[in-house]
Design a protein around this ligand. Structure first.
Ligand code: PGA
Length: 260
């Protein structure tokens, strides 16, 4: 079953790099995509560099499986929303994907499941593919609340989507305690939550839709731990933060998913 899902590895650059660095990293990845043949790769730069990354991809004749994504957007089409960008704007500069509900958005910028739900619908309506992030805090895991928290996040963040819309969504499971900490979830811990998420997705649609949806793992993924994660039946790729800033590491992770 897992083999039929195209693996997807996305680099969340967060608020890093400058224009020259964004261009250089894009070019460095673009010339080596063959190392991750068959894996869909997504680069998610800060919005201000989306244009230069998109242009660099286009100039390099980048293969269709290397695409552009964004890290966030607003759920409104246009108007007086100082500092924000819309889904249509992201499409306009060549984005295919948009990360929504990343834990940094949830914890630092107050994004609730209801906001993530509204953004997910706006992204889908504009033709973007949302990468919807969920994941528990350390204290929630320690209190044995992981399943409850993830269940609520999935059910509320993806509420009201038709099965056809849901099928276009990528889910990223990112335990918050593993993000940027070097503390990766064990493959078993990750697989357990991925299996739960797939069951929840089936509950929101049906087993067929859920079996075709991609669920990424995120949180301190590195080339040396990617292979064990990639072997898990319900882990269909990775959402990579720190390691996506180095072409070698990003491609090393992607290559681990290629070989599965
Ligand atoms: P990390 O970040 O790989 O640096 O832990 C992952 C993420 O925030 O998506």
């Amino acid at each position: 079953m897992a083999a039929s899902r195209t693996k997807i590895v996305a680099g969340n650059w967060k608020m890093n790099l400058d224009r020259a660095g964004a261009k250089a990293l894009t070019a460095a990845v673009a010339v080596r995509t063959a190392e991750a043949a068959g894996v869909e790769l997504v680069l998610c730069p800060p919005n201000v560099y989306a244009d230069v990354v998109g242009a660099t991809l286009a100039a390099g004749g980048s293969p269709a499986h290397l695409t552009l994504g964004a890290q966030n957007m607003l759920d409104k089409p246009s108007g007086a929303f100082t500092g924000e960008v819309s889904a249509a704007m992201l499409k306009d500069v060549g984005c295919t994907y948009v990360i929504l509900g990343h834990s940094e958005r949830r914890t630092l910028f107050g994004e609730t499941n209801s906001i993530v739900n509204s953004k997910t619908k706006a992204a889908l309506a504009a033709g973007l593919t949302p990468i919807v992030c969920v994941g528990e805090l350390l204290e929630e895991r320690e209190a044995g609340r992981t399943a409850a928290v993830v269940t609520e996040q999935i059910q509320q963040s993806l509420a009201g989507l038709t099965p056809a819309e849901l099928e276009r969504v990528v889910v990223a499971y990112e335990p918050v305690w593993a993000i940027g900490t070097g503390k990766v979830a064990t493959p078993q811990q990750a697989q357990e939550v991925h299996a739960l998420i797939r069951a929840l997705l089936a509950g929101l649609s049906d087993a067929g839709v859920a079996s075709r949806m991609r669920i990424q793992y995120g949180g301190s993924v590195k080339p040396d731990n990617a292979a064990d994660l990639a072997r898990q039946p319900d882990i269909d790729g990775a959402l990579v933060g720190g390691a996506s800033l180095k072409a070698d590491d990003f491609l090393g992770i992607a290559a681990a998913f290629r070989s599965i």
